[in-house]
Ligand binder design. Sequence first.
Ligand code: GCW
Length: 645
Amino acid sequence: MTIPELTDVHAAWLPPEAFRAIGSRRTLVQADGPLAETVRAEVERARARYGGAAEGPYDLVLSLNAAEGADGYAIARRDGVTTVTGGDPAGLLYGFFHVVRLGEAAFGPDREPEHHRPAMRRRMLDHWDNIDVHPVMGQVERGYAGGSIFWSDGALRPDLTRVRAYGRLLAASGVNAVAINNVNVHATEARLLTDRLGEVAAIAAELRPYGIRVHLSVNFASPIALGGLPTADPLDEGVRAWWARTTEQVYAAIPDFGGYVVKADSEGQPGPFAYGRTHADGANMLAEALAPFGGVVHWRAFVYNHRQDWRDRSTDRARAAYDHFAPLDGRFAGNAILQVKHGPMDFQTREPVSPVILEMQGTRLAVELQVTQEYTGQQRHVCYLAPMWSEILAFENVAETGDLVAVSNVGDDRYWTGHPLAQANLYAFGRLAWDPGLDPAAVLDEWIDLTFAWPGESLRRTLHAMMDGSWRTYERYTAPLGVGFMVRPGHHYGPDVDGYEYTPWGTYHFADRDGVGVDRTRATGTGFTGQYPQPWSDIYESLERCPDELLLFFHHVPYGHVLHSGSTVIQHIYDTHFAGAEEAAEIRLHWEKLADTDAVDPDLYARVKERLDEQVRCAEEWRDQINAYFFRKSGVPDARGRHIS
Ligand code: GCW
């Protein structure tokens, strides 16, 4: 077992110094098997670097006890010895990384046993990586951190050290599953299922030592494209046999393969509709092929009409997932998992929780988040997303789904995520999937400690000042009050208020001279509020009770409508946009105070600074376009007399 050491300064969390506390002490690993070997190798590496002795008396003892449960562990300190007891080898690994997170604190005063178990049994990242470079999307769809860490020049990378290192970073955050390729499965990538399966196996071999299973996005029409069959009808015996055979071969090559991810009948991807079959028919066919091997299919619920006529006011994209899937509740196989985006639209800065998650109690569900910042600044803006995710996870039954998935934000960039501070989102995703109740600021502290090896208070304060409120800052200078999609079409970066207004995508705000927002009420609108259980159905329906931040998601209101905050909608738009752009400038000022200090590596300083300059520029552009647009539509001047172009 080789530990993938990346010693680039501050390139990610887990620099060598993160292991100093362990490496300078005496550690005993009392367990066998591959994951225990990983822990042992980690300990030995740290010891070699920091001089701890191999023999007792021990400061740290890691062992197994099934009572702690799958992935679980207990940690305690008594009589000067820290003990970690893993419920299984994976639990041992997570317990080991808990000690890493604690650093010196793991070896302080005695502590009572603490028991840790993950809230989500599967904590999964989806990569939207392609093998080939797509002419419009690049290699990684919605990727803002360079090329794929898996493939380059049309082939598997010859050196997969970074993949192993990725697995290590993820294990330290608690992630245990990775889907390696884009859900839009193009012709080349479809072949990962068959004649290019060896590449999947090679990636799985790199991630396995860190307890991560590999999943694969597959194309629903594979029986035709790869198998030469005349149909991909999920009820056709030949098609079923093809999937069964193909899946058997996958497991022959990768015995711990996780399963398939499928985007079907969505944005042009093939699916069961072509054969008059349902999504349950499609998902269950794949579930049946995977079941003998313990695999699962993640079937995505992101299904809507992307060729809608903008003049048609009866079609509401927000309704689509529920309309398609709620009637199928209870009809999915036990190893079919419906993967639902957290909101009913598409990863906007602010959305209500999807009613599919609240209502489909008879179906295994996975909630899908987006770590890659498609709509939240594309890793050019600082936008710490943990506060958004913890709100989502705290809502009703969301945290009980058992499966949390997110679109990864990494690429072959030196800092993994383009914007070095965007790494915190990747880390926080894993930690919140493990424990949705964690405080986002505390998770940020963990990331700071593990990345900068327990830095002084000034760097910590700076990063909190920049990041804790950054999602709300981003929300303030972009689309107001939950309306969404005022972005440039196609690449989705920067403001374009009407960019999507007269398009087939179903993403409208309906601003006119009198007001703005989408009427999704039962009384006068699209009826979307009726998809929610009580009390949310009534809360969202009611203009008085609807939370301000979602007002324009659910209601079309006049500019003079008074919010709970006491401000009118139009004044709120002006105020938040002036404030948001100012806050972006303040975020940059905090960082600039680190210039010429030795708080961070100069290259890292420069990278963040360059991104902050762009964030400030872009925030001003958002402010000016949004304010000018609504001033021109409404004719209402800013009550505070500020200049609006
Ligand atoms: O948000 C949209 C993105 C697409 C993506 C799609 C999806 C992978 O703009 O790039 O396709 O969602 O989630 O399937």
